[in-house]
Design a protein around this ligand. Sequence first.
Ligand code: NAP
Length: 248
Amino acid sequence: MTRVLLLGGTTEASRLARVFAEAGVDAVFSYAGRTSLPKAQPLPTRVGGFGGAEGLARYLREAAITQVVDATHPFAAQMSRNAITACQITGVPLLAFERAPWAPEVEDQWQRVPDIEAAVAALPQAPSRIFLAIGKQNLSTFASAPHHHYLLRLVDTPGALPLPDAFAIIARGPFSIAEDEALLTTHRITHVVAKNSGGEGAEAKLVAARRLRLPVIMIDRPVLPDRNVTDSIEAVMAWIYHGADLGV
Ligand code: NAP
């Protein structure tokens, strides 16, 4: 008997949910509950934190989960760490679905930085027009560079923004290259700040920046402890059906 917990919040998690539903895999989809209108899933869905690694371990036991697939965003490091710990505590096997990071092309002007604080430090001294494509979390870190104009693209209408000169567009990806090129041009953007999320849905801004020869400050992914990882849906399905046989 298999009962999978699918940790979601990404396009890939939604894709996995569809494949699970079509294959009749008994699975529960889990959202953090960050957005006001999360995409409906073809699986039973729960919303909200578990209460840390201990809370997740308790949930795994109570819901009789036999396998966990972590398809959270590459920057959702806390959830991924909790999943590793909870699966160690309970002995429930874990597989992470992780999309490949983006890599720069020859014409790209990327400056890679290890974290958000380093991204702020990498901004120019002179007042500039920044497309801050990092979602709504961590915006306050940029309050230490208040002399820039910031263009934000968010899923939900924000409350008060921690940045004195910011303009927020409310939109949900995927975005096209033409759309993003027009966005960067219209807002006279001089620099792009992005997280190295990987995937297709958010890549257009990088192609647009390349075409417009704009510098990109690219934030590297947080480093996680060792875990089983794949970027293939077929491998996830094989693991669900035969994981124990594969020894993972
Ligand atoms: P995070 O910092 O790693 O997680 C913070 C806490 O939120 C976790 O400890 C957990 O609370 C809860 N949580 C996160 N993902 C959850 C899930 N799928 N189901 C239930 N609880 C969850 O995560 P985050 O960066 O805030 O991201 C939150 C969600 O947004 C994730 O599901 C992620 O896939 C999605 N997302 C994140 C980003 C990003 O850039 N970070 C971008 C796009 C989408 P408890 O400790 O109480 O269990």
